[in-house]
Design a protein around this ligand. Structure first.
Ligand code: FES
Ligand SMILES: [Fe+2]
Length: 406
């Protein structure tokens, strides 16, 4: 099933380069990425326990699209465009919350049921002959897998979440994911770089010994990357109990306490499960996270981050979770700086290419998936903006017999 960091590159002559620098600074490519990646690939929006009651909702924005999931009176979760059919206002303004009785648009007061149907318009006497049945909220594809909710704005190459993430299912199931309880709402961190620079830094452990003192103290060199399939990248770090020199690590490894039923080989394991192109789950003994890089501009991204705890959490586990978050926060800030340096280097006259180690093969794998969907990034220089989408489509068509399996 899995291979180790070094086994992951059995052919030592793999291409160690990265995407061309222009791909990180090109407006037309970002527009293409919105259409070919972010609208057509699954995005995690949250967990069913983010919306436990009828009228509860959670939202998700990417590019020009804005989505919401709301739980209906019948207990079903449904995804819709967060867009009023009257004049396009958001129908819910917050990142998450609860609607009492109905969804009421804040612009002119159109009222929607939790199943998305239009219940009524304000001043109905001003709408002779209106057909309310044609003006419900526009639905979005939603799939629930292991308690997590995924949305997709348009059909794409990934198939169902259940099939696509099947290689992850046995390990996820051990963490009892359906029972997870959200710790607050998703939170957001801005990074002034292209989303791919954030992903590149996050996608390898070669930098951990130098760049992340706390992570290195926690799992040292017991960190490996694994390949579970196209678009699926996994990394695992094993730590020793009662170890570490730093205050946060020493106390975390002392207090860590797995949930009942978790097999022994996961008691001291931090594991990361990627979902192409931009989603990562983190599974730990005390918590599960997900995070995703969302492009906002060509040189600006938002990292959306959600934390879930186990329902049986003890006081000791809560403390361990706090310490885990502290280690993770330090790591994130260190990665932020590395993302900025990597990204700005691509505008330098000295930037030539990446020269990736075997320990960075997940970066290359991610780039290879991007190359399948966006073969235009194989060009050494960018096509004119007006030709970006056309050139990409032509290159994809020319790749006869080579299916996109991103
Ligand atoms: S835009 Fe929603 S009621 Fe007018
Ligand atoms: Fe890092």
């Amino acid at each position: 099933m899995a291979d180790t960091a070094t086994d992951a590159a059995p052919d030592r002559n793999w291409n160690r380069g990265g995407l061309p620098g222009w791909a990180y600074h090109n407006e037309a490519l970002l527009a293409l990425e919105m259409d070919e990646l972010f609208k057509t690939h699954w995005q995690i929006i949250g967990h069913v326990n983010d919306v436990p009651n009828p009228g509860d909702f959670i939202t998700f924005d990417v590019g020009p699209e804005r989505a919401m999931v709301v739980r209906g009176e019948d207990g079903q979760c449904r995804a819709f465009h967060n867009l009023c059919r009257h004049r396009g206002s958001r129908v819910v303004a917050a990142q998450g919350g609860h609607c009492v009785n109905a969804i009421v648009c804040p612009f002119h007061g159109w009222v929607y049921n939790f199943d998305g149907s239009l219940r009524g318009v304000a001043r109905p006497d001003s709408y002779p002959g209106i057909d309310k049945s044609k003006l419900g909220l526009a639905p979005i594809e939603l799939e629930i897998w292991m308690g997590f909710m995924f949305i997709r704005f348009s059909p794409g190459p990934q198939g169902s979440v259940k099939d696509y993430l099947a290689p992850y299912a046995p390990e996820f199931a051990l963490h009892q994911p359906e029972t997870l309880v959200p710790v607050g709402k998703p939170h957001f961190s801005d990074i002034e770089v292209n989303w791919k620079s954030v992903r590149d830094v996050d996608n390898e452990g070669y930098h951990v010994p130098i760049a992340h003192p706390a992570l290195q103290d926690l799992y040292g060199f017991n960190y490996k990357d694994y390949a579970y399939g196209p678009g699926l990248s996994v990394a695992k770090g094993v730590f020793a109990p009662n170890s570490g020199r730093r205050w946060s690590v020493r106390n975390y490894t002392r207090l860590t306490q797995p949930i009942p039923g978790l097999p022994a080989d996961r008691h001291h394991l931090w594991s990361y499960f990627g979902l192409f192109p931009n989603n990562v789950f983190f599974l730990g003994p005390e918590a599960v996270y997900f995070y995703q890089e969302i492009p906002t501009r060509v040189n600006h991204s938002v990292v959306r981050f959600s934390v879930y705890r186990y329902p049986t959490e003890t006081r000791r586990q809560k403390l361990a979770r706090y310490l885990m978050a502290r280690i993770d926060r330090d790591t994130f800030e260190e990665d932020r700086q590395l993302s900025i340096w990597s990204n700005e280097s691509m505008k330098s006259s000295a930037f030539e290419d990446f020269h990736l180690s075997d320990l960075e093969i997940s970066v290359r794998r991610h780039h290879d998936q991007l190359r399948k969907v966006l073969p235009v990034v194989n060009l050494a220089s960018p096509p004119p903006a007006a030709e970006m989408a056309g050139r990409n489509a032509a290159l994809r068509a020319a790749r006869a017999g080579c299916a996109v399996d991103a």
